[in-house]
Ligand binder design. Structure first.
Ligand code: SF4
Length: 150
């Protein structure tokens, strides 16, 4: 199973935001994009989706910027990945050229179960678990090298 790039970028963003608080400068979409070495336009779409899910909020005023919400800190990683990936299956059985086995395929069922097992493995984890050492200290020390081209 392979995550979409969109989901991967979203997980990178929430990990960065999880360590970018306290006395650290406020995070912006541009800053997160540069630190994570991705185009700002891509990260803007990711941040918008995370805001829609209630995982990230944009705080206004002095000291404002992007921040994880309480939900973002507590949420199950399995839930977040399911929301970001959608309901799609790992194999395309329908579509323009549907597979003739699709109505009675044991492989399809096995792949669905494998997909659910993949998500279930992520269920007990939170963003906080992802930024424990050694990842957290590395995230804190990351510095952007300027805008990344689309
Ligand atoms: S063989 Fe089964 S899993 Fe593969 S495309 Fe056909 S129905 Fe889907």
């Amino acid at each position: 199973m392979r995550l979409t790039r969109f989901t991967d970028l979203a997980l990178r963003a929430v990990m960065r935001l999880a360590v970018a608080e306290g006395d650290a400068p406020a995070s912006t979409t541009r800053e997160v994009a540069e630190v994570m070495n991705v185009p700002a336009a891509h990260m803007a779409k990711v941040v918008a989706r995370l805001q829609h899910l209630g995982v990230v909020e944009a705080r206004r005023g002095r000291g404002g910027g992007l921040a994880l919400t309480g939900l973002g800190r507590r949420a199950s990683l399995g839930w977040l990945v399911r929301e970001l990936e959608g309901e799609g299956e790992v194999v395309v059985c329908e579509g323009d050229a549907p597979c003739p086995l699709r109505g009675a395929c044991r492989l399809r069922r096995a792949l669905r179960e494998a997909q659910e097992a993949f998500h279930a493995t992520l269920d007990p984890l939170t963003v906080g678990d992802l930024v424990a050492s050694p990842t957290g200290p590395v995230l804190v020390g990351l510095v952007g090298r300027g805008p990344v081209a689309d």
